[in-house]
Write a new protein. Structure first.
Length: 120
């Protein structure tokens, strides 16, 4: 017995697999502890201004931190442009530590060149 699948069914299956992988790879905001506030000040060592959210790596409290930012569309709406978080820029990030990943935080506020930007 032969089984035939339509092109639409195949595309839907491929899309479902890809979306499931993307969702599994992305962590939710519930994995951060809002009862603990971390403040980091220092230079940006790595920078990504891309979806699903921006990220920087910076030195702070004697170690390297991955700082999860808002999506680029929200960063831009709030006034933070790609050059503001470029490698070498000094900034202050305030936010919540990850419950699951060491040295990771979700930024709630950035201070860059004396300007304060709210992420949420």
């Amino acid at each position: 017995m032969r089984t035939y699948f339509s092109a639409g069914a195949i595309l839907a299956g491929v899309a479902a697999v890809l979306l499931a992988g993307t969702a599994a790879a992305h962590h939710g905001w519930g994995s951060y502890d809002p009862s603990k506030v971390i403040t980091l000040e220092g230079p940006v060592l790595e920078s990504r201004y891309e979806f699903p959210h921006g990220e920087i790596v910076m030195e702070g409290q004697g170690k390297r931190w991955n700082v999860v930012l808002a999506p680029p569309s929200r960063l831009s709406t709030r006034g933070v442009e790609r050059d503001d978080i470029a490698i070498g820029k000094r900034l202050k990030a305030e936010g919540y530590p990850s419950k699951a990943v060491d040295n990771e935080m979700r930024a709630e506020r950035l201070t860059i060149g004396g300007r304060v930007f709210e992420m949420r």
